[in-house]
Design a protein around this ligand. Structure first.
Ligand code: UDP
Ligand code: MG
Length: 317
């Protein structure tokens, strides 16, 4: 089985050589390729990647973006260029250990479709990273029904087939297992090593949690309602309509029986308005997500643009 390891790289000049060497070492027993996707680095990473591609033509493919499109787009580009039957994702910063990859692949060989790395002892800041991530994992597990401890861990292995049929947007690479679960993939979790980041800067903070939670709406929507959005929108519309009839009824009763004024405080109105506006903006967001997908997919537009590709003629798909 051929293995494609995809590594999103953004400003990791201090880590990239060691990471490449560690990967080559860990994978020597496999028929493999390394697809390093440079996500618009500005710190000299590109020159290092060029040198690596030059030294190791047989195993190393480099995809260079025109600018920073984000980790998810980098992963999507990696998948588009991969030729392997098994696809492994891993970060470039040495926080995850390439030595864990053979264990993940062994699980795929046992017949699993998704093998999800779990940083059981996570070495990141507690308040801004580990805690929000725990909450997000619990939430994602509940909403999608695919129960995992660590959606955020990049180190995961996939059988190629389960990656077919959907494209990645926003922060969505972490939701691949949920999608895969939706199409009936067999999923297993394995604990993996996690180390503190020794060199280079972490690219994310707390703000990503909000993006992830918003993406969760989209994922749930796409998994459960994309074919029948009217059930969601219509159902909610019915509920809101019903609620307003009930409230009207109560007001009517109070008016007739107790002679109370209909509007005692404008605050009530404000509460109602804000609630409706909030709901509506989420709903509009979901519609916009559908439209965005139509926009990209109807014209086979990509979510990234490539400056050049080293050691690979063109996308495999
Ligand atoms: N990364 C990327 N594009 C970005 C931000 C990050 O390709 O816009 C890469 C980064 O180089 C690293 C991985 O994504 O290989 C994870 O980034 P980071 O280590 O900062 O995230 P964390 O481990 O803190 O979640
Ligand atoms: Mg990291």
């Amino acid at each position: 089985m051929k293995l494609s390891v995809i590594i999103p790289v953004y400003n990791e000049v201090e880590n990239i050589d060691e990471m490449h060497a560690a990967l080559r070492g860990a994978l020597s027993a496999f028929d493999h390729e390394l697809i390093l996707v440079d996500d618009g680095s500005t710190d000299g990473t590109v020159e290092r990647l060029e040198a690596l591609a030059e030294q190791d033509r047989e195993h190393t493919v480099v995809v260079e973006f025109r600018r920073n499109f984000g980790q998810t787009a980098a992963i999507a580009a990696g998948i588009d260029h991969a030729l392997g039957e098994v696809i492994v994702l891993i970060d470039a910063d040495l926080q995850e250990d390439p030595a864990d990859i053979p264990m993940l692949v062994a699980k795929i060989e046992e017949g699993y479709d998704v093998v999800s790395g779990w940083r059981r002892e996570r070495k990141d800041a507690f308040l801004t990273r580990t805690l929000p991530s725990r909450i997000a994992n619990a939430l994602i597990s509940r909403v999608t029904g695919v129960r995992l401890h660590d959606y955020g861990c990049t180190l995961k292995a996939y059988r190629r087939e389960v990656l077919q049929g959907f494209r990645l947007y926003g922060e969505m690479h972490r939701f691949i297992p949920a999608y895969a679960g939706g199409v009936g993939a067999r999923i297993i979790e394995v604990p993996v090593t996690h180390r503190p980041r020794l060199r280079g800067k972490a690219k994310y903070g707390l703000e990503r949690t909000f993006k992830v939670i918003l993406d969760l709406f989209t994922v749930k929507f796409l998994i459960s309602y994309a074919n029948k959005p009217i059930y969601l929108f219509g159902g909610l519309g019915f509920l809101l309509g019903l609620a307003s009839v009930v409230v009207l009824g109560i007001l009517g009763v109070r008016r007739v029986l107790y002679d109370e004024h209909l509007v005692r405080s404008p605050l009530l109105l404000l509460v109602v308005m804000l609630f409706i506006l909030g709901m509506q903006s989420i709903m509009m967001g979901l519609i916009a997500e559908l439209l965005a997908r139509t926009y990209h997919e109807s014209q086979a537009k990509l979510t990234y643009t490539i400056r050049r590709v080293l050691n690979r003629p063109g996308p495999s798909t």
